[in-house]
Design a protein around this ligand. Sequence first.
Ligand code: TYD
Ligand code: MG
Length: 508
Amino acid sequence: MAKPKTNYVCNECGAEASQWFGRCPSCGTYNSLEEQLLPQSASLPSRGLHSQRNGKSAAKIPQARASLTFAQITDNHQERWSSGYDELDRVLGGGIVPGSLVLIGGDPGIGKSTLLLQTANQLAQRYRILYVCGEESGQQVKLRASRLGVGNTNQDEEENGGASVEVEPAVSVEAPVKSIPGAAADLYVLAETDLEEIIRELEALRPNVAVIDSVQTIYLPSLTSAAGSVAQVRECTAALMKVAKGENITLLIVGHVTKEGAIAGPKVLEHLVDTVLYFEGDRFASHRLLRSVKNRFGATHEIGVFEMIDRGLREVSNPSELFLGNRDEVVPGTALVVACEGTRPIVVELQALVSPTSYSSPRRSTTGVDYNRLLQILAVLEKRVGIPLSKLDAYVASAGGLNVEEPAVDLGMAIAVVASFRDRIVDPSTVLIGEVGLGGQVRSVSQMELRLKEAAKLGFKKAIVPKGQKFPELGLEIIPVAKVIDAIIAAIPPQHHADEEMLEEDED
Ligand code: TYD
Ligand code: MG
């Protein structure tokens, strides 16, 4: 096979060069040139710059295609396959769309391979699945599979006596395809990194779903750049997509998140694929969030919640329980807020601690909440409510380490700080929802009804909310407040005379 032609393109200005330069000859940016495959003009339809430039194919008369009106387009009901996990299905917008291309990104070690192996096993009950592992050998996948209890009910496992599956290591060129003993019947594993081999296997096996774990480890031999480079990742995905669309294979591709936080370099893949999911979580906490950032077949900003246990990932269908903290023993300085992730309300406990500082300037620190919003709230409490916080250290954290950075948790944060300052307990059956403005006013936030319903469902009795909205009867006492001071009075009622006097002064 003739070596395909490549050239180099600048990531910054798009200038093309036939050889690599350390510095782009056009715009002068250092290290911005990336190798790319040149389209073979004979096999491509006449379009784009290349064909116009060499004039040959431009002369061909383009094939006429009839455009359709919207009415003429039949809108068939979109088929969906259940992944076996409700949490994953919801994030995907109701299940896997056959023939689609889903990219799953996340930090190394967060659990992408675990999630996909479990999903592949579930899918394999009904469909033919090829799991391409470029990172691990077949033995490693087998080891993980047996730990996950993949196909535990199957007789094969006992017959095999736990013997490792005979899959060649990832470096092998001729890695045979073997199904994992004990796994669902139609789950095939291929330990391979050469994309040409992978494509050959896809065409031969014709699976319904193929998992590529990960896109950074596979390479196209015709490109000289290393596996994982922007050029390799882009060309490999494009090649896989071409085969997948041709054979109607659903592709689930794993991509590692780079230092900059993008999947495989600056957004190189996101525009190619149908759906982009991020799998994230605190490495020290057991919960994992699956978040959709792009979805051609559903809403984005949906989240799915999983928990990493010793036998793999477990779905968490009621995430509020995970982030509520220990409710048996309520300590001063905690408040409950209802955060919203997509259309998913989650009740989260915020914990605050204020204590005299031993430094010249007090320390402020946050975990899971926005640092700058804490500073703003401390300033509002000092100036509008008259609580002297400027000589105190302040720490605010969300229980379970969930990131709740939306403004709707402001009010809860303010109340938690005041409660810690006064060493008082906030009624544990009360939730707080609202944004705090610089003037000390409580502003309304989105999806109020959804949040209140979740609180009512979990058995909370009272909700302190921004004034000015009407809600249907939800079995919850609604306490509307206009100012932070009103919320403080409602959540932490004055205990004795001195407290009352202080509050009266504040209101003046
Ligand atoms: P993995 O799926 O290999 O991560 P990724 O593919 O995103 O790099 O998950 C690795 C982590 O998950 C590893 O640190 C151990 C943990 N883990 C468990 O806690 N329980 C399990 O059953 C499994 C399989 C992994
Ligand atoms: Mg992995």
